[in-house]
Design a protein around this ligand. Structure first.
Ligand SMILES: Cc1cc2nc3c(=O)[nH]c(=O)nc-3n(C[C@H](O)[C@H](O)[C@H](O)COP(=O)(O)OP(=O)(O)OC[C@H]3O[C@@H](n4cnc5c(N)ncnc54)[C@H](O)[C@@H]3O)c2cc1C
Length: 278
């Protein structure tokens, strides 16, 4: 083994070891890097509609393709996207939407959309067909979520206001290290109006200790065991975590509901820093 002691061989061995170390480090950095998102906060980017599933007479799920099968949208939990379309007069309209998919869903993202007869963006969604491109910009929004940020979330959602709640709840529940408990009150007019009903029931079944949902209907069918009428102060007391510095109440619904809920929460002693409206 005398040849290992010659200076030339020692230099060669040193270079080889250095190359192996550099290669291994580069591979580790590459492998541990999160995939790059597809959104641009400044410019609209176009995504192709690849599937449209009608869920009820006025609700549909829209599936958009990302540039490659391994691409992720890159939307932080609790944030939304700005979408641009044309209303029935051909005028540009921009509205916020929260995908029901997470970055664990690779290659595509989905929007669940409720279309209103007179709604400007609703018109665009009604007209959109598979193969069409849709302009999206983001991420947008003031809400940021870090696992363990609070002990429990209370959520007050009305109608299509469920989508940001669903996104946050899914992210928490599908992360085995996140022990945050989620209590949701979800209000709608009729049973047919409840969005993501199967998915929410699935979360309640799969995560009974961490996810509780209480549905409220203005017009309840016979045998209904949820709440009836509008969401009341008593329902909040019974189904959401009590005011405390380690909880937060999130709300997203039509403006009259948000206003009524804000008054009830204040009366129940929730401090402003415990409240967030999407
Ligand atoms: C953070 C955030 C995320 C959102 N995510 C989603 C989502 O994932 N899916 C989704 O469907 N929507 C979502 N919305 C609501 C969405 O941004 C639009 O407000 C909605 O699609 C209506 O827009 P429009 O242009 O069709 O109606 P507009 O032209 O604004 O409204 C026209 C008419 O439609 C009716 N209308 C509109 N909104 C409501 C309502 N909330 N309740 C009752 N009647 C209404 C009213 O009659 C209104 O006069 C979200 C909103 C926010 C703030």
């Amino acid at each position: 083994m005398d040849f290992l002691e010659t200076p030339d061989i020692q230099i060669l061995l040193g270079v080889a070891v250095a190359l192996v170390v550099i290669g291994a480090s580069a591979f580790y950095i590459y492998a541990s890097k999160k995939p790059k998102g597809c959104l641009d906060p400044e410019n609209f980017k176009e995504f192709k509609l690849v599937k449209r599933t009608q869920l009820s007479h006025n609700v549909a799920k829209f599936t958009f393709e990302l540039p490659t099968p391994t691409s992720v949208l890159g939307l932080p939990i609790g944030q939304h996207i700005s979408c641009r379309g044309k209303d029935s007069q051909g005028e540009d309209v921009i509205k916020p939407y929260t995908p029901t998919t997470l970055d664990s869903d690779v290659g595509y993202f989905e929007l669940v959309i409720k279309m209103y007869p007179q709604g400007r963006m609703s018109h665009h969604f009604r007209e959109m067909r598979v193969g069409d491109y849709f302009a999206v910009k983001g991420p947008k929004g003031r809400f940021r979520y870090q696992p363990g940020q609070v002990r429990a979330f209370g959520m007050l959602a009305g109608g299509s206001g469920i989508t940001p709640m669903f996104q946050v709840a899914r992210a928490i529940l599908e992360n085995p290290k996140d022990k945050t408990v989620v209590h949701l009150i979800y209000a709608n007019v009729t049973h047919e109006d409840i969005l993501l009903k199967n998915e929410l029931d699935g979360l309640a079944t799969n995560y009974p200790d961490c996810f509780k949902v209480f549905f409220v209907l203005n017009e309840a069918p016979e045998g209904w065991n949820g709440g009836v009428g509008y969401v009341t102060k008593e329902m909040i007391q019974a189904h959401l975590p009590a005011a405390s510095p380690d909880i937060q109440i999130l709300r997203c619904g039509p403006p009259p509901m948000n206003k009524a809920m804000a008054a009830y929460l204040e009366a129940l002693g929730y401090a402003p820093e415990m409240l967030f409206q999407f």
